[in-house]
Structure formats: C-alpha cells, structure tokens
Design a protein around this ligand. Structure first.
Ligand SMILES: [Zn+2]
Length: 299
C-alpha cells in the first residue's frame, strides 16, 4: 500500500458510512508543484483532502470538483478527485500569506475569506450537477459539513487537517462520516461526541494512525466494518493530446498568430503546473488541422 490511501467503512448497523484518508504526499506534491505559502498549503491541502474523501471509490468517468471563491488573498482554490484515487488542485494565488491566527494556527479562514463553496458532481453520463453554499468559516471542514447538511440533506461530520511548516508538509488527512437513509437521529450526536474526544486529525496522522484506525476511532461504540481500502495520489489527467485538442479548439485566427511567433508556444496546466511546448512549425500543423476541421464542418 502506498503512503497515502483511503479506508471506507460502514458502522451502526450499516447506517453510517465513514471514510478516512491520509493525504500527506498529495498535499506535499501540491505544495511543491504550485510553490504555495504555508497558509495556502493548509487551505489547498484541506480542500484536496475533502475531494479525496468525497471522491474516494469513484468509478469510470465520475468526478467530484470542490471550488472555493472568496474575498481573502488566495481568491480561490479548486480541488478535484476522479476514479483511481486521483486528486489534483490549485490555488489562484499560491504565495498569498497571512500571520498565524490568535490560536497559533494557519489562518485558513482568513486566506479564503467570505464567499462560496461550489461542489460539482460529474457522472459517467448526463450533465454534471453543481450546488453552492455560502462559506460558514472558510476553514473548509465546517464548510463541507454545511454543504452536506444543506445541499444533500445528509447529516455529516467532516474533519480535514494539514500540519505544515516553512520546510514542508508534515502530516495531512481527514475523515468524513455520512448518515445513510434510515439512520437513527441520535447517531449524529454519538459521532459528534466521538469526534470531540479525538485529537486534531492532522495530529492523528502525525502519530502514524492508519486510516482504518481513524475510522474505528470515529465510529467508537457504533462499531466500524472496513469495506474498502484504496490508494490516493496527486495525479493530473492532463496530457499533450488534451492540450493539443484545446489549441485546435482556439481556431485558425489564434493559431495563425502563434505560428507567426519566433518562439515556442508554452501552455501550462493550471492543475499540476506541467508545461507543454509547441514550436511554430507544430502550431502551423495544428492550424492546418483546425482549418480541415472547419472545412469538414462547413461542408
Ligand atoms: Zn496537469
């Protein structure tokens, strides 16, 4: 099993679904790719962990995208999960920074500010479905719990955490418990009580507690039965072929301009920072295929 993975379990007579994940390497990779400040690393890491928890065990072309937009200095963050435990994401302003809050923690709520959390679920077929909730605190975990309560009418407990210092990411992870239809109403109180008794989730990860053990601690006397375990990684779905399709989609006019340039055209993937280069000659070839495609459409 790689260092990062998720474990899913059922508890309370299969009336609660609990997922826990360790995402330390995912968040470290995101920090390095985007050159994030410590506070942005914490904010992006929490959102990536939320996506990993909500998107664990997706299939086919299913995808879940979390996006926060706010008045804080980072402006916005996107995190996305797809099948195979692939997670990717980026902040709009990676180097935004604020002093620690009065509790001595990263001011994630401040760096995000007031705004909205958008959750988009994309399925194998049909249109994606998006819903938005106003940010409660911008601390991400609370906002995700609010999203579940308001948009999906699913009482939930969510915790996401990142332990980082200027040298890098020390520990990251989280857990998510959703009440399933038919769950007793008191179950959410039991879960909240269990969670109140736990150290912060990033502390559990730092103390080398496994996702299975975290799931068991969250379930407590509700009794967890682990059903799935699967790896999680920062993996982007971009490729030269996809970038090429985007360029062709720009149309002949744009491509003409690029082809006349003396230098290579550079395209950077927002999600992972990968750079793709196209020579003026290659752009000329793309222009011809764009023009062929246009002729075929017109004809
Ligand atoms: Zn990429």
């Amino acid at each position: 099993m790689p260092s990062d993975y998720a474990a899913a379990a059922l508890a309370a007579g299969d009336s609660v679904r609990i997922v826990a994940a360790r995402t330390t390497s995912v968040v470290a990779s995101a920090q390095q790719r985007h050159g994030c400040s410590p506070t942005v690393t914490a904010a992006l890491g929490r959102l990536l962990t939320g996506a990993a928890l909500m998107g664990s065990f997706l299939k086919g072309r299913e995808r879940i995208t979390l996006q926060v937009n706010g008045t804080g200095p980072v402006r916005g963050i996107v995190a996305e999960a797809s099948a195979g435990g692939r997670v990717r994401g980026y902040p709009l302003r990676p180097r935004a920074e604020l002093p620690l809050n009065p509790a001595g923690k990263f001011d994630v709520g401040g760096v995000i500010g007031e705004g909205y959390l958008h959750v988009t679920r994309s399925f194998d077929t049909g249109q994606p479905y998006t819903s938005a909730v106003p940010l409660a605190t911008g601390e991400v975990g609370d906002d995700l719990a609010r999203y579940f309560a308001h948009s999906e009418q699913v009482p939930s407990v969510v915790a996401v955490g990142v332990l980082a210092n200027p040298g890098g990411v020390i520990a990251a992870g989280g857990f998510l418990a959703n009440l399933l239809p038919g769950a007793a109403e008191s179950t959410i109180n039991v879960l909240e009580e269990n969670v109140r008794g736990l150290p912060h989730v990033s502390t559990l990860i730092r103390e080398r507690m496994s996702p299975e053990q975290i799931v068991e601690r969250v379930a407590g006397a509700l009794g967890a039965r682990v059903t799935h375990v699967a790896p999680v990684s920062f993996t982007c779905t971009c490729s030269r072929e996809r970038v090429t399709r985007v360029l062709v989609g720009l149309g002949e006019g744009e491509l003409d301009q690029m082809a006349r340039a003396q230098e290579d055209t550079e395209v950077t993937c927002d999600f992972c920072g990968q750079r793709y280069y196209f020579s003026p000659h290659e752009i000329g070839e793309l222009r011809r295929s764009a023009s062929d495609a246009a002729d075929a459409t017109n004809g």
